[in-house]
Design a protein around this ligand. Structure first.
Ligand code: DLL
Length: 435
């Protein structure tokens, strides 16, 4: 029997009545205990008693990252701090981090949803997980760690870095699962190849990869180089950390969001109005069971598409398409919108290129210039500069044809692009430094 599968296969009606009960409790608590929520609701003239159905969530105000920052560090907590047993924080590119807190029960809830994720990825008690997500304020390491223990999986708390040593431990401990960012998984695959360790011959069977956008092309690359099924896991510290949703092993087609804990909407980025299922929108999440740090209609800035169709795994929880990027990752190059993941897809379809790449943006004569730096495959690099330039031209043309943006592609030798140990730095924007 798969852990918690009854909750994940609830008929919609039963799920909605559970959601409504939990939503009302959450809204009531937020209103009573968090100044920010009370003021924001009062401003809209909404009272907790107005929530009569799940759809009434739309009456509630949105919460944005800025609102969390304004209440740094503990102003959004809905319990006294002596009931908070853990904090995490998201790094944030500018200024202060966003701090999130967990009660003892929150830690249990979190462990449970991550355990469900590992189960959906095919892991079972007795399996072993090599957990290379970073431990610390980032939620990846400890999130996967507690989830693995909850499921009854033996976990190696290796964190990121010391990649050669990691390969040695994978060889010696024989984990069946690997959890890390997809970019670090690629780094591990390359390092193993350099060390003449064939990961495909080891018991490793599944990778639980997330915390950054990645593409189907990258899935194929990781699956074939590691000899595993690569599964996409989603989450964000503001909502709980990893464990908001995951693909199932059966379909690998959209991430099931655990709707008994998280109420999910997709809205138009500009108007905030709901978009119909099947259309892209910004993902907005309301937590239904969190105590210390509940969130009401949190604007994730992640773009995805919701799909309520039944899944062949039997789960009834709605699926969200893999997140291709967040609104603030979107580059606007001479008026054309580009997500780094679109460039990734094109580069990875070119066999003579390796999957290590980085985008650089600069400004020349008042025009934005996008440079795509990508490593050639070792056989291409061996052929020399002319061959590398020919591939660069072809990739440049593909990027123009498929994305519509003019980019300069530079094919580099092996090892010239920095390797990732956590979330990969996909974009270096010189315009920001120049200002
Ligand atoms: O990245 C939590 C996490 C840890 C998720 C481990 C999965 C695995 P934050 O550091 O707060 O939390 O960053 C959250 O990362 O809003 C997305 O933009 C992005 N992200 C997370 N998972 C995915 C994914 C963790 N599977 C932000 N695909 C989110 C694309 C993802 N983007």
């Amino acid at each position: 029997m798969i852990l918690d599968i009854e909750q994940e296969t609830l008929p919609r009606e039963d799920l909605q009545s559970l959601q409504l009960h939990r939503l009302r409790t959450t809204v009531e608590r937020c209103y009573q205990t968090v100044n920010y929520y009370r003021e924001a609701m009062d401003e809209l003239g909404v009272k907790p008693s107005h929530i009569q159905s799940v759809a009434d969530v739309r009456l509630l105000p949105f919460t944005k990252k800025e609102n969390l920052r304004e209440n740094y560090p503990f102003g959004m907590f809905a319990v006294p701090t002596d009931q908070v047993v853990r904090i995490h924080a998201s790094s944030g590119t500018t200024g202060k981090p966003t701090v999130v807190g967990y009660t003892r029960r929150d830690i249990r809830t979190w462990a449970r949803v991550v355990a469900r994720c590992l189960a959906a990825a095919g892991m079972r008690p007795g399996d072993r997980l090599h957990n290379a997500y970073g431990y610390g304020l980032f939620t990846g390491g400890l999130g996967l760690h507690y989830g693995a223990e909850e499921l009854g999986v033996m976990v190696t708390p290796i964190s990121g870095g010391q990649t050669q040593r990691q390969i040695m431990l994978i060889r010696d401990f024989e984990p069946t699962g690997l959890s890390c960012t997809p970019s670090y998984a690629l780094n591990l695959a390359e390092t193993a190849e350099d060390m003449n360790v064939d990961l495909r011959k080891l018991p490793l069977k599944v990778g639980v990869f997330g915390a950054e956008p990645w593409t189907e092309e990258m899935r194929y690359e990781l699956e074939s180089r590691l000899g595993i099924d690569a599964i996409d896991i989603y989450g964000l510290s503001e909502v709980i950390g990893p464990g908001v949703g995951i693909e199932c092993l059966e379909a690998k087609d959209g991430l099931h969001v655990f709707e008994d804990h998280f109420l999910i909407e997709a809205v138009d980025v500009n108007t905030g109005q709901p978009v119909p299922n099947g259309e892209p929108g910004e993902i907005v999440i309301t937590s239904l069971t969190k105590e210390a740090f509940p969130v009401i209609r949190y604007r994730t800035r992640d773009i995805s598409v919701l799909n309520p169709a039944p899944c062949r795994c039997g789960r009834t929880h709605v699926r969200m398409q893999r997140v291709t990027g967040r609104t603030d990752d979107m580059l606007i190059i001479r008026g054309v919108n580009v997500f780094p993941s679109q460039v990734e897809a094109i580069l990875m379809q070119t066999e003579t290129l390796s999957p290590f790449y980085q985008l650089e943006i600069s400004r020349e004569n008042n025009l934005d210039l996008l440079t795509v730096n990508v490593e050639g495959s070792p056989p291409l690099v061996a052929q020399g500069r002319d061959a590398m330039n020919r591939v660069a031209h072809k990739a440049q043309k593909d990027i123009k044809d498929f994305i519509g943006v003019t980019a300069k592609v530079v094919v580099k030798a092996t090892g010239e692009i920095p390797r990732s140990e956590g979330k990969a730095v996909r974009v270096v924007d010189h315009r920001k430094q120049d200002k």
